[in-house]
Design a protein around this ligand. Structure first.
Ligand code: 2RA
Length: 350
């Protein structure tokens, strides 16, 4: 018998992409059950070419579910993932609720697929979209050169903040379109008014050096996630990581400028070989021909795209590069689907 899959949060930004991915990947599932808040219950969504009615989240909906992918806010996952696990489902959780729990593996199938098998709580976490957008390429380079330190700056799309983030950028773009705004202090802010949506500042015609909530000593929660999650995924608890997270007026696809420092000396030639042969990575790097990844080209695709690869000028152990990854695909829904498929493969193997 094929395993039953539940998608919790089926109507959200990530849930929507997950249903598309499930419709495109090999059809390994028996029933696919769609679950959302009572507000969305009764809606019909297409998956695998069929209309499926959305059920309201309750204990009973997990009856008979083998794998449950959660794409819901942290507090909802914190409450409901253990309930689904107690009902016998393996939970694949996209929220931050369990990522740093030592009894919950944090899995990127291209980097640490073995970790999925040890899950004492019956929960497997999906890393944050910003970590995911770079870690496949970084993990491949780490396997060859031995990573010592990461210094990254992110350029994060508004869909990281869900459908509300997309709606806010679209509204703000209307408010500033065709104007001369962006030439005097505060003119964009006044035009946008209170239409900032989930962001602390206008994001149209702007960049905002703040993502997430306030953490200690001036850091943001998003920056702390990149550090903690990279350490856990790569199993390097002492890895040195500094991140600066920035929101930019892009709908979907996070980018990061990465400075990585390794134990072994770098050659760009070897880095190219690794990046061009690693699963889930596309090397697109010919600036003389105008070729480097940008979110506008990467959105809607599965891999992490890497360009601008060069050895650090003053450090033979350092590599600089730029990555773009669709934050709703590899950054969340795709990685979750890949984990769910790894777990489903245990079913057919047993
Ligand atoms: C963001 N990474 O882009 C966050 C979402 N988890 O807002």
């Amino acid at each position: 018998v094929r395993p039953t899959l539940a998608v919790v949060g089926a109507t959200g930004a990530v849930g929507t992409v997950l249903l598309q991915i499930l419709s495109q990947h090999a059809d390994i599932w028996g029933e696919i059950r769609l679950i959302a808040s009572p507000r969305s219950a009764g809606r019909k969504l297409a998956v695998r070419g069929e209309e499926v009615e959305v059920l309201a989240l309750s204990e009973d909906v997990f009856e008979g579910v083998d794998v449950a992918v959660f794409d819901v806010p942290d507090d909802v996952s914190a409450q409901w993932a253990p309930i689904a696990a107690a009902k016998g489902a393996v939970v694949v959780d996209n929220s931050a609720a369990f990522r740093m729990d030592p009894d919950v593996p944090l899995v990127v199938p291209e980097v640490n697929p073995h970790a999925v098998r040890v899950r004492p709580r019956g929960i497997v976490s999906v890393p944050n979209c910003t970590t995911l957008s770079m870690i496949v390429s970084v993990g491949a380079l780490h396997a060859e050169f031995g990573l010592r330190e990461l210094v990254v700056s992110s350029y994060q799309a508004v869909s990281g903040a869900g459908l509300a983030g997309i709606a806010a950028l679209r509204e703000q773009l209307k408010l500033v379109a065709g104007t001369e705004l962006g030439t005097t202090p505060g003119d964009v802010r006044r035009a946008v008014g209170d239409a900032t949506g989930p962001f602390p500042e206008p994001v149209a015609l702007n960049v905002v050096p703040w993502v997430g909530s306030v953490a200690d000593d001036g850091w943001s929660s998003e920056e702390m996630k990149i550090r903690g999650e990279s350490r856990k995924i790569l199993d390097r608890p002492d890895l040195r990581v500094s991140a600066t997270c920035v929101r930019v007026p892009v709908v979907t696809t996070h980018s990061l400028a990465v400075h990585a420092r390794f134990e072994n000396e770098i050659t760009v030639e070897r880095a190219y070989e690794i990046l061009s042969t690693s699963p889930g990575v596309v090397l697109f790097d010919n600036p003389a021909a105008g070729e480097f990844p940008t979110p506008a080209d990467v959105v809607g695709t599965d891999p992490t795209w890497v360009g601008r690869v060069r050895r650090s000028l003053d450090d033979a152990f350092g590599l600089e590069f730029f990555v773009c990854g669709d934050n709703l695909r590899k950054g969340s829904a795709l990685n979750a689907a890949q984990i769910a498929e790894l777990i489903a493969a245990e079913w057919s193997a047993s």
